[in-house]
Ligand binder design. Structure first.
Ligand code: NAD
Length: 421
């Protein structure tokens, strides 16, 4: 309970700005440039009505934030969650700016969200909400302007509704307005798995650096959605032993290893991983502190804090989620000799294949899964290598190293464009 209260008090935007400040200070960025990069370029707040199944009208609040557009159009997911607020969306948008710069894809950072618990809505209500939200966002989004993608509680179906709504409004089909679409609508092969695939590529690189053999490693994964569920499956495919997984309802633990395909089937059938036969139910907090070699937080922000960082046992932490670790926790983990692959590098596979999808849409082209994964591998490995090199050269942790590379690239792009007017 104490930890939960503490987590609720941590403000993601405050965390994002402090992470930026650390890098800006080290890079000795000019004061004016710091002021520009420290704030989002624009933030849209909308309140919009949706007719519910019982005939009543409900008003929802949504956000779209564009942080920095110096390197290209805004790119970032749309989240449906009851705890979404402007500060969270601002943080997620800023992280997208750095993430795109770390892997070198030509986008700026954006993010959106609606304050809603989608599990309480029918499919028809969810479609109505999505289509109206897409219409509200139409003053910002577009294939050359701002390109949304899936995030927590949104998926390929959500993207199909946004793409259709935008296309109906302009009068012709515009696949490139969103990424993460279903494949028949111009979605890319490999996009569903891309974030998790990227997480695993960076884990492979980190394991090689640390001299860890993945076939001898135990893995714990928090979150069993697009990122966590697929990361667990891919890690098992690599020969690792996945000893614990979790979702919002709780965690399951089996020291001898879980059959991830069977856990997925159980989760589809019952709505949760909890209660999987042969496993022990534990809490999400306990999962983080398990005796394991690799920990993949792949759910929400602020999970590893000053309150629990000292008890993390994993040697390697791979941030599938955005913002799971606070700056105080970063220091504790680094002091304890933990190797952390930061979110803006670790989960950048999603935006990288989103970029591939956007390129395919604009070129009216279709790439094979082999081509997508080869290019993803090449980009992730290159980004990991340059981050590791900066970390060793500057004697800083991997997060600060990734920030040094990313913030410098965005700062260069922003200053070479100059101030308008
Ligand atoms: P998702 O909706 O597919 O899955 C989220 C999972 O987390 C679910 O299993 C849910 O039950 C669980 N969860 C939610 N709240 C929790 C809590 N408080 N404790 C434990 N588990 C909880 O979402 P996703 O797309 O997998 O996103 C997960 C994280 O990865 C987010 O931080 C997101 O921003 C980040 N991310 C996603 C992508 C992507 O391509 N989808 C890309 C980069 C980063």
């Amino acid at each position: 309970m104490a930890t939960q209260q503490l987590v609720a008090e941590i403000n993601a935007w405050d965390v994002a700005q402090r992470q930026f400040d650390l890098a800006a200070e080290r890079l000795q960025l000019p004061a004016g440039l710091r002021k520009v990069l420290r704030e989002p370029k624009r933030a849209l707040i909308v309140h919009f009505p949706v007719k519910m199944d019982d005939g009543e009208v409900e008003v929802f609040t949504g956000y779209r934030v564009q942080h920095n557009l110096s390197r290209g159009p805004a790119k970032g997911g749309i989240r449906y969650h009851q705890n979404v607020d402007l500060d969270e969306v601002k943080a997620l948008a800023m992280w997208m700016t750095w993430k795109c710069a770390v892997v070198g894809v030509p986008f700026g950072g954006g993010k959106g969200g609606v304050v809603v618990d989608p599990s309480k809505l029918s499919l028809r209500e969810l479609e109505g909400l999505t289509r109206r939200f897409a219409t509200e966002l139409s003053i910002l989004i577009g294939p050359e302007r701002d390109i949304p993608a899936p995030d927590v509680n949104t998926n390929a179906q959500t993207m199909a509704w946004i793409m259709d709504t935008y296309s109906m409004n302009v009068g012709y089909t515009v696949p490139a307005v969103v990424t993460g679409k279903p494949i028949p609508l111009g979605g890319s092969e490999g996009r569903t798995e891309a974030t998790a695939q990227g997480v695993v590529y960076t884990i492979q690189d980190a394991a090689r650096h640390l001299g860890m053999d993945l076939r001898k490693c135990r893995v714990a994964v928090q979150g069993f959605g697009n990122v966590g569920g697929i990361s667990a499956r891919l890690m098992a495919k690599e020969g690792a032993t996945v000893i614990a997984v979790s979702d919002v309802r709780g965690a399951i633990y089996r020291p001898e290893g879980l059959d991830i395909e069977a856990v997925s089937a159980h989760s589809r059938a019952t709505g949760s991983v909890v209660g999987f036969p042969g496993s022990r139910d534990i809490s999400n907090a306990e999962l983080l502190e398990l005796d394991t070699d690799i920990l993949i937080p792949a759910a929400m922000e602020n999970q590893i804090t000053a309150a629990n960082a000292g008890r993390i046992q994993a040697r390697l932490i791979a941030e599938g989620a955005n913002g799971p670790t606070t700056p105080e926790a970063d220091e504790i983990l680094y002091a304890n000799g933990k190797f952390l692959i930061p979110d803006i590098l670790c989960n950048a596979g999603g935006v990288t294949v989103s970029y591939f999808e956007w390129v395919q849409n604009l070129d009216r082209d279709l790439w094979s899964i082999g081509h997508v994964n080869d290019k993803l591998h090449e980009i992730m490995t290159r980004a990991f290598a340059s981050t590791l090199e900066a970390s060793l050269r500057e004697q800083v942790n991997m997060r600060t190293a990734a920030y040094l590379l990313a913030v410098q690239r965005v700062a260069d792009a922003t200053s070479v464009r100059g101030l308008y007017p």
